[in-house]
Design a protein. Structure first.
Lengths: 880, 112
């Protein structure tokens, strides 16, 4: 007999179920009648014979069930269990909604955060064998991650024995000449073997060839896939077309794959060849590149690092003028790309995990308490012949059903949460994290969500199941239930609450510290008054604005026109705005002091006379620049306090001279000192900076900023229009208010989002912890009603009943909070990198959150304590 | 009342098939026949008889039809099929082999 025909028979029985049942009934009735007749024939009275026949036949229902089991499908009983489970949930909508909601919240947060973790940390980078890739920097005394110079790069490339290839990239973007005028274009310059080093080939067209960076070769560029779609509509005829970037024509030779991205240089539409022409390619002191290398197979990271360090030391000896204190530094590419976000994601994932754990524990203890009221039901079902296996399966079905519904809702919630987090992320920041581009549900995230739901389901199935020892079925019938297992599980429930409270404490502590960090970050002295300041960037076409006089004229015209706008208080120009990357540095020397090529690296900006007053910078001593301080006047400079402290300790810098090199014309007289402006991110350490008059060192690419008495956001379009009138082909871009700039800065975003997310988790944990404690205390009170009744009957006061219950709760709270405090400090040590201006053991924060948690927990246990104290002894005793 | 020995596990199907080899019978008849032929030593529990019959039906070793008994009562009669006959042969051979093996072990144990 083969499986198929058996299956067909089963199916036909399934549909003729009624017939099958009546046939069986009739057959069994016939059987009993025959037995009866036989017994009567042997001399029994008809009545005695009927009973004897029925006895002999045994449990008719069970016989029928077993016959059904033979012909039925095993999943039929699963459906029965499922139907019953659904009915159970429908019967207790409050319980069902609470359990499902709590679980969905826990799963949603975990899955959403995991999707980010997956996108950033688990999904492999889109390069061949990405673990062998490293980024190379030059390191100088003030920091390790500085640009590499072109000539040093050539020497590193030639001398090293550890890299199978070494190339460079230069992120930074272009000014593209279009029919509508000049437009900023995202992009980077890369050396000829850059894509070969990464192991990436274009989807159409070709890669750069070796030697394509030679001065005589034609300039070429590759397009990113998205730029190809966006700018050229995906047209394959794009190959051979020319784009004008930074006033030079480039021929498009290929398009990169859709999944390609290179975060350190993103956003990038154009990947242009880095030509060996220009000032920087012939001067060892000009640093504008980063190296990307593939480590040879069999060579360890440490060996490669040591080799490149040795080469840098040799170069230092060989070129003492330019390479003094110039060392090599190297990081795995993965660290460069996700290094900043990794600790945050891990903290968030831990937070979400803790929350999920609390949520699951809560649902499990809800089920535990409910199972208490179902002992009767289980006992009855057992007595009626339900096999223990079937009873166990009922719990498993119910647990899995809860977990499935909760998990389904949770995944839905996670998708929404991801969309929300994505939308809240500043555009620029998203662009620099290309790996988050196709964030969403993928296989790994799906498996993760499934695993979570399964684990939760298992917990929900086993928590109440172990509460019901099947040996106690008869005990359950007699409404007993004070067995040893009960005590063990009551203790277990109590431990669960301690764990919940401890975890809530860890989350609250983390949230408190992150919140305080964020507050400190926003209230750190950045040396400027950011309110009512509007900014935008302007780029004039090279060719039109090449000469200093042309650029100075443009500056004066812009200032003149904007000054005339209503509400404008002051106008300033700068080559670089504050709260950016703090980059753009130069080496200086102090005139009159011996100089041996020491690295005295300071940030440098060219600013108009109105810039520092417009920002609201504070002058410490000396004066601001004058508008007429241009090339016709002696060179001057202003410095910040950090520079003054670093290089002029115990002296008055005003009136001293600094210079870029030994020449007379590079000398500048220091005319003023300002309080430090935060040039870099809000959490960056203060750095030495110097400012030069724009008119002594003009540029055709600068930022304009305006302090206005009116709404600065409304001023932005007016500013753009006004400047555009001066020159319609000029590029005007990145309009932004200063407040917005601070709000959207990556460091602000990271601190804000981690504080908010962990804060959100902590609030949910607090609520769930309090609810959990309430559940345990309420359960304990319900179990002790008789005891309390007896105590009161014997003369116990209401106050002592309160004490009894609150003591029990207090003990749990103290243990939970104590464990939690230890955990908080431990967790805070692990996330020290994310804290700003707050130590991990910050006592006021920890004490504050401990009080909040203990207070809420006490409040939660006060409600059942009140119920216990209002127990009427007579009723309590009568119930039993 | 002395407890009657249980059926050897797995032999019920064989006994039913063997019983049906002689003539088609209804469930009660099968139970009765087994009881009589074994001189009341073997009793087939009704609780296992009917599930066993369903199993045999499902395997296609027996087929069932409603017929009238001599006393003009409607009853479900079970008939052995060709597949059932073949299965009976297999089970008998296996059973013989087992009995023989058990016998050898027992006689050996007695000699020792």
């Amino acid at each position: 007999m083969n499986v198929i025909s058996r299956f067909v028979k089963k199916i036909s029985i399934l549909f003729g179920r009624k017939l099958f049942a009546t046939d069986l009934d009739e057959e069994m009735a016939f059987h009993r009648e025959q037995a009866e007749k036989e017994l009567i024939a042997s001399g029994m009275t008809p009545e005695a014979a009927r009973y004897a026949a029925m006895r002999r036949f045994g449990n008719a229902v069970r016989v029928k069930e077993r016959s059904h089991e033979v012909v039925g499908f095993s999943f039929e009983t699963v459906f029965q269990d499922l139907r019953f489970a659904l009915r159970q949930l429908r019967k207790n909508p409050g319980f069902a909604a609470t359990a499902v909601l709590i679980l969905a919240l826990g799963i949603a947060s975990s899955v959403a955060i995991f999707a980010f973790v997956d996108a950033a940390l688990i999904k492999p980078l889109p390069y061949m064998d990405s673990s062998r890739l490293a980024v190379l920097y030059e390191s100088i005394p003030i920091g390790p991650k500085f640009h590499l110079s072109y000539l040093d790069y050539l020497d590193w490339k030639r001398e090293n024995k550890v890299f199978s290839s070494l190339n460079v990239y230069n992120p930074g973007g272009f000014m593209q000449k279009t029919s509508e005028g000049l437009r900023p274009a995202d992009g980077a310059r890369v050396s000829d073997g850059f894509f070969k080093t990464l192991g990436v080939s274009p989807v159409i067209g070709r890669d750069f060839q070796y030697g394509e960076d030679k001065p005589e070769a034609q300039r070429t560029a590759l397009l990113s896939y998205s730029a190809w779609q966006k700018r050229y509509g995906g047209n394959p005829n794009v190959l051979g077309q020319t784009v004008v970037l930074d006033n030079e024509p480039y021929v498009i030779i290929g398009v990169l794959p859709r999944d390609f991205s290179f975060a350190p240089a993103e956003p990038a539409d154009f990947w242009a060849i880095q030509k060996q022409t220009g000032y920087c390619e012939t001067h060892r002191g000009c640093h504008d590149l980063f190296g990307i290398a593939r480590i040879k197979d069999g060579v360890s990271f440490a060996t490669a690092f040591a080799d490149i360090k040795t080469i840098a030391q040799q170069l230092e000896k060989q070129y003492p003028d330019s390479n003094r204190d110039q060392w090599a530094f190297m990081l795995p590419l993965t660290d460069v790309i996700v290094g900043d976000i990794r600790p945050i994601l891990l903290v968030l994932l831990t937070g979400a995990g803790l929350l999920l754990l609390i949520a699951s524990v809560n649902v499990a203890s809800l089920l535990l308490v409910r199972s208490e009221s179902r002992r009767r039901e289980m006992a009855v079902r057992g007595a009626l012949g339900a096999s223990p296996k079937r009873l166990v399966r009922q719990f498993v079905t119910e647990g899995l059903l809860l977990a499935t519904i909760g998990g389904g809702l949770g995944v839905g919630g996670a998708v929404e949460a991801m969309r929300l987090l994505d939308a809240l992320m500043p555009k620029d920041m998203l662009a620099s994290m290309p790996y988050l581009r196709d964030l969403g549900l993928n296989g790994r995230v799906g498996v993760f969500a499934g695993l979570l739901a399964l684990l939760a389901g298992a917990l929900f199935a086993f928590a109440p199941m172990s509460r019901l020892k099947f040996a106690q079925i008869s005990e359950g019938l007699s409404q007993g239930g004070r067995g040893a297992a009960g005590i063990v599980w009551r203790r277990f429930g109590v431990n669960l609450v301690v764990i919940e409270l401890a975890m809530a404490m860890v989350l609250l502590g983390g949230a408190g510290l992150l919140g305080k960090s964020f507050y400190r970050l926003l209230h750190t002295d950045i040396g400027i008054q950011p309110d009512h300041v509007a900014t935008l960037r302007v780029a004039g076409e090279s060719g039109k604005y090449d000469k200093d006089e042309q650029e100075v004229a443009l500056e004066r015209e812009i200032v003149r026109r904007i000054q005339g706008l209503p509400g404008v208080i002051s106008v300033g120009l700068t080559t670089k705005l504050p709260i950016e990357d703090g980059d753009s540095t130069t080496g200086i020397r102090i005139v009159g002091r011996p100089y041996h090529g020491e690295h005295q690296e300071v940030a440098i900006r060219s600013v108009s006379s109105g810039y520092l007053p417009t920002l609201g910078a504070r002058l410490v001593s000396g004066r601001y620049f004058a508008e007429n301080e241009d090339a016709s006047k002696p060179g001057v400079a202003m410095i910040n306090e950090t520079l003054a402290k670093q290089y002029f300790l115990g002296e008055n810098p005003v009136g001293k001279q600094i210079a870029f090199d030994e020449t007379e014309k590079s000398r500048m007289l220091i005319v003023g000192i300002v309080r430090d402006l935060q040039e870099g991110q809000l959490d960056a350490a203060p750095r030495a900076a110097m400012y030069r008059p724009f008119n002594q060192n003009p540029s055709n690419n600068f930022a304009v900023l305006v302090r206005t008495a009116q709404d600065e956001t409304a001023t932005l379009p007016i500013l753009s229009a006004t400047i555009q009138q001066i020159d319609p082909v000029m590029a005007i871009y990145d309009p932004m208010t200063m407040d917005q700039k601070i709000h959207d800065a990556p460091s602000t975003y990271l601190h804000r989002s981690s504080a908010w997310l962990v804060g959100g988790f902590a609030v949910m944990a607090l609520v769930l912890g309090a609810v959990g404690l309430y559940g345990v205390i309420a359960y304990s009170v319900s179990q002790r009603t008789r005891e309390i009744g007896v105590r009161m009957a014997l003369g116990a006061q209401r106050g002592s009943v309160y004490r009894l219950i609150l003591n029990e709760a207090g003990r749990l709270i103290v243990i939970g909070v104590a464990f939690g405090l230890a955990g908080s400090v431990g967790a805070a040590m692990l996330m020290r990198k994310l804290l700003f201006g707050v130590p991990p053991w910050d006592a006021p924060t920890l004490a504050g959150v401990a009080i909040v948690l203990a207070g809420s927990a006490l409040l939660a246990s006060y409600i059942p304590a009140r119920r216990a104290a209002s127990v009427s002894p007579v009723e309590a005793l009568r119930i039993e | 009342m002395a407890k009657k020995p249980d059926l050897l596990p797995g032999t019920l199907d064989m006994l039913i098939l063997k019983t049906l080899q002689r003539a088609p019978l209804h469930g009660y008849g099968i139970a009765l026949s087994i009881k009589r032929l074994s001189d009341d030593v073997l009793t087939v529990e009704e609780g296992s008889l009917y599930p066993a019959l369903q199993r045999l039906l499902l395997q296609g070793w027996v087929k069932a039809e409603w017929r009238m008994t001599e006393t003009h009562r409607r009853a479900r009669f079970y008939t052995l099929t060709a597949a059932g006959r073949k299965q009976l042969g297999i089970e008998l051979t296996q059973f013989d082999q087992m009995i023989e093996a058990i016998g050898r072990v027992l006689s050996d144990a007695q000699e020792a």
